[in-house]
Design a protein. Structure first.
Length: 453
């Protein structure tokens, strides 16, 4: 229960959590020890010094009361004041209002204790005042009020705050050193996190083994894992490319053979099957090319989208581009060929399952969104996750009669977005006149740096 209440107020980063684990117990121990030392040591010293001074006060009061008149009592008070190194000793006709411990500042620990001890040890005291380190007391006597003025240091330990100041200075100094050391220990973990995040976007960031043994072990395991994943991706790419290229040779021979059989009734249907197989091979090659290394370069996103829309319109298709009139072109570090293939896939799917497409580019708070909408049947929301998986076809939802495919279109787009650190979002278009699938390519405004997959 207590943990849930404190959780919103605790830091989320490992660095500050480690700092709390280190400094909270140390500061607690220092404060407890300091306060306990002040309470036991300084209070004991003050009580002892005040008790000794009370004896001096009783002696001065007794000597002045023994004098026959006020004049001789005044002279005796002045003499004793000099003898006991008091600031002032004289007899007044009346005593002013008294201070109390509660009226003193909260940090004046010695003054509070001194006043309490004087009040307890001097029942004859009529008034006491503490001003700027000087204590003045008025005692009831035979000839009036005996006024004694002296330094607070005569009845209390000097500079009781030194322990706290010394503890604070040492604590701050050691805290700075600990923060520097802790920062050096956190740096390898942050580098590992940045390398893992960059690899998730398809970038390879150099990572040097450093830090504690456990951090080195984690970084070494990550590097080995990254190498295995890269080998697996390379093998998959080579497999798809090799198989696709090997299939083109027999298909070419079949097409040549069928071209010489124009008079056969089955030749047309077989040629259509061969064309469909070639289209599938092209999709396989396109899917394999998404894993090919391509460096990120600063690219004008508006220009890239305009070019892909113009290319789609050359084939006689109806594709509308919603121009942005609020800002100049958006320049981002992109893989232009990979993003172009992703846009071509989305526009091609929109035209395959619908009659027209709508493309727009909008700028958000921290990202840029490219939206492609169509007027087709759309996709069931329950199938959005499956639609982005490779080799998954949703023909019942999208209309199998509208075209054949291998189920790689949206998978290529999703991989391209992950490579850029973005994401693919599917939904239902609410634009009047469309109402089909709405695909949103969300690209971050700040990339994690340049690299290659």
């Amino acid at each position: 229960m207590l943990g849930r209440l404190l959780k919103p107020f605790l830091p989320r980063g490992l660095y500050w959590r480690a700092a709390l684990i280190v400094f909270v117990p140390v500061l607690t121990i220092l404060l407890v020890v300091s306060l306990a030392f002040i309470q036991r040591h300084y209070e004991g010293v003050t009580r002892q010094m005040t008790g000794n001074f009370v004896l001096v006060v009783h002696h001065i009061l007794a000597e002045t009361d023994a004098r026959p008149d006020t004049a001789t009592a005044q002279a005796e008070a002045a003499r004793l004041g000099q003898a006991f190194a008091l600031l002032e000793a004289r007899i007044d006709a009346r005593a002013p209002a008294s201070d109390n411990a509660a009226s003193l500042p909260f940090y004046d620990l010695s003054g509070r204790l001194a006043i309490r001890e004087l009040q307890a040890g001097l029942p004859e005291m009529a008034s006491v005042r503490l001003r700027d380190g000087d204590v003045t007391v008025w005692l009831r006597g035979q000839h009036g009020f005996l006024r004694l003025k002296f330094r607070l240091s005569q009845i209390s330990a000097r500079n009781p705050h030194q322990m706290l100041v010394l503890t604070l200075v040492i604590g701050l100094g050691m805290g700075v050193i600990s923060f520097i050391y802790l920062k050096n220990q956190m740096r390898p973990i942050r580098r590992l996190a940045r390398a893992a995040e960059a690899f998730g976007r398809g970038q390879v960031v150099p990572l040097r083994l450093s830090g504690a043994t456990e951090v080195r072990a984690a970084a070494s395991a990550f590097l080995e894992m990254r190498e295995r994943i890269e080998r697996h991706i390379e093998q998959r790419t080579l497999l798809l490319s090799g198989v696709s290229h090997d299939l083109r040779t027999p298909l070419t021979r079949m097409r040549l053979a069928l071209s010489m059989m124009d008079d056969e009734p089955e030749a047309g249907a077989l040629l259509a099957d061969v064309s469909e197989m070639e289209a599938l091979i092209d999709r396989f090659l396109e899917f394999a090319r998404t894993e090919v290394a391509e460096p990120q370069v600063p690219t004008d996103l508006d220009t890239l989208v305009t070019q892909r829309v113009a290319e789609a319109c050359r084939g006689g298709h109806e594709v509308h581009l919603i121009e942005r009139g609020d800002a100049p072109g958006i320049v981002l570090p992109l893989r232009p060929q990979l993003l172009a293939r992703a846009l071509d896939n989305l526009i091609g799917n929109a035209l395959r399952y619908g009659t027209r497409a709508r493309v727009s580019v909008t700028r958000g708070a921290g990202d840029v969104v490219v939206t492609v909408e169509d007027d087709g049947p759309g996709i069931d929301p329950a199938q959005y996750d499956r639609a982005t998986r490779p080799f998954v076809r949703l023909d019942p939802a999208r209309g199998a009669s509208r075209g054949a495919g291998a189920g790689l279109g949206l998978s290529i787009v999703a991989d391209a977005m992950r490579s850029h650190g973005g994401r693919l979002e599917l939904g239902r278009s609410d634009t009047p006149g469309y109402g089909g699938l709405r695909a949103r390519l969300v690209l971050p405004m700040k990339s994690g740096g340049h690299g290659s997959a």
